[in-house]
Design a protein around this ligand. Structure first.
Ligand SMILES: Cc1cc2nc3c(=O)[nH]c(=O)nc-3n(C[C@H](O)[C@H](O)[C@H](O)COP(=O)(O)OP(=O)(O)OC[C@H]3O[C@@H](n4cnc5c(N)ncnc54)[C@H](O)[C@@H]3O)c2cc1C
Length: 465
């Protein structure tokens, strides 16, 4: 989005004269500001405000909702599937291009852990963040209404795998939200909820440095969060999380945030990839060894020209991704005009992380902050970074209102099944409902389980649905 935005500014005369066309291929009509996903899960920002509508922002570009499934750069064509190609049954279309910008980001990096594909959820999209929020609150509803202690325990146990900022922020924000929400339940106390963070290495939040990472562990443990270092998830079959230290936790919630890998489309191109599957790039953000191909963001292995050690690549984070787009757009415009290209050079300035409302940790420009000042810095930094004035204003308004009113504690899990009520009225059996028509919550089950989860869950539902 940022590259296209800058290009439509830089090439506005060429666009006006019809000499240039910018086509953006994207599966969703919006850009997601991922660093705000934990706050969206906590209910501090509404889901619509962590995304930016591409058609409005990129009003001089053509937006095609679809997915590039392959790229033949030698022939300058991208193979693209769209909603229409699926409807028409015609198969993918081939789109020709002159210049290619490839920035498909990354996807969750999973390991062959038994049960993971069936029961776990990631935390990279707005759908996952909101689904998880609804799920957590519904688990509290289940725990509150069951008479079976085993079901209650499993419902109130939440396992997060991966101690980077996605995992730590998601856990910390959701724990904070659930702790607050529990005050509205007559039979759930904050300490009844069990939160477990499983991290394979001996530290969390490497982005904020060792000292601040250690502080974050202390802060989380003080909130009764069970942080397990040098531990791995070995299995989550049958909704039992088995850890490498031998412990077993019956749970309906396993959140997998243990790293990312490059988007799969990269493997379906004729462009050079490095050993980790990222596009081999130059510091000018061209794809190495080929002409007319450019890349940025998580998908691009860009040499870090500011690093002391040769061979270092820029890390896959928003800090680099957003800055790279500026150079990328400048360079494309320069190359069209026959001007020299500039190198991307940005020294990593550190990181900020939220650990829930009014709690945080930061290590930025050599300064270490914790608690309220770090949380404030986190908000100020991301507010300055979230794209468009419209979204900045809305996010700021939401934060201000949240300070005046109480926090949102509602779960709208049924939004995921909008036809269910009508289907029942029309005489059908709603998905997620038992034979008597009583509600059997889809999200009462394991994640993702939209159709109500496993047989085992159906037998053990306290309401017998
Ligand atoms: C919860 C969370 C918190 C984070 N917090 C921070 C933070 O505090 N600071 C920080 O610096 N970074 C943070 N990050 C990382 C940061 O968000 C990413 O590094 C950044 O979004 C990468 O940008 P990108 O443009 O490369 O990829 P993305 O933002 O992932 O965008 C890639 C786009 O390409 C689309 N796409 C993928 N495949 C195709 C295809 N085949 N065809 C068409 N389109 C395709 C995707 O749908 C997506 O819209 C966080 C990430 C997460 C998940």
């Amino acid at each position: 989005m940022y590259t296209a935005l800058r290009l439509q500014q830089k090439l506005k005369h060429e666009l006006a004269r019809g000499e240039v066309e910018i086509l953006v291929i994207t599966p969703d009509p919006y850009m997601t500001y991922q660093p705000f996903l934990p706050e969206a899960a906590a209910g501090s920002i509404s889901p619509r405000h962590v995304v930016v509508p591409l058609r409005r922002v990129l009003d001089k570009c053509k937006i095609l909702i679809g997915e590039a499934t392959a790229i033949d750069h030698a022939k300058r064509t991208a193979t693209v599937t769209t909603l229409a190609t699926a409807e028409e049954g015609t198969g993918a279309v081939e789109l020709p291009y002159d210049e290619l910008v490839l920035a498909p980001g990354s996807v969750s990096r999973t390991l062959p852990v038994p049960g993971l594909a069936d029961y776990a959820i990631g935390f990279k999209t707005v759908e996952e963040a909101i689904g998880l929020r609804n799920h957590v609150i519904e688990q509290m509803d289940i725990a509150s209404s069951t008479r079976d202690p085993a079901i209650r325990d499993a419902a109130l146990t939440f396992v997060f795998v991966g101690g980077g900022y996605a995992g730590v922020e998601a856990l910390a924000e959701l724990e904070d939200m659930a702790r607050y929400t529990s005050r509205y339940y007559h039979n759930i106390k904050p300490d009844d909820l069990k939160w477990i963070l499983v991290e394979a290495s001996n530290r969390i939040l490497p982005e904020v440095g060792e000292e601040m990472g250690t502080y974050a562990i202390r802060e989380l443990r003080a909130r009764n969060i069970d942080v397990r270092l040098e531990t791995r998830l070995e299995s989550c079959e049958d909704r039992i999380a088995v850890l490498s230290d031998g412990s077993r936790f019956p749970t309906r919630t396993v959140v997998w945030t243990a790293g990312v890998k490059p988007a799969p489309v990269l493997a379906a191109t004729d462009l050079p990839l490095n050993e980790r599957g990222r596009l081999r790039c130059t510091a000018e953000l061209t794809v190495a060894g080929v002409e007319h191909a450019w890349a940025a963001g998580d998908a691009a292995a860009v040499p870090d020209v500011t690093a002391d050690t040769p061979g270092t690549e820029t890390a896959p984070n928003a800090q680099h991704a957003v800055r790279q787009t500026k150079v990328l757009a400048e360079n494309i415009a320069a190359s069209l005009r026959g001007a020299p290209l500039q190198q991307y050079a940005h020294k990593y300035v550190g990181s900020v992380a939220s650990l829930g409302l009014h709690k945080g940790v930061a290590h930025v420009y050599g300064r270490k902050l914790k608690g309220y000042p770090a949380w404030f810095m986190h908000r100020a930094y991301h507010l300055s970074r979230v794209p468009t004035f419209n979204r900045k204003a809305r996010v700021l308004a939401e934060w201000t209102l949240a300070g005046l009113f109480k926090r949102e504690i509602v779960s709208l899990g049924s939004l995921e099944h909008p036809r269910a009520e009508f289907e029942l009225a029309a005489g059908g059996k709603r998905p997620g409902h038992g034979p008597d028509g009583a509600r059997h919550r889809p999200h009462g089950g394991p994640l993702p389980g939209p159709e109500g989860g496993s047989k085992d869950e159906q037998q053990s539902d306290p309401r017998g649905n």
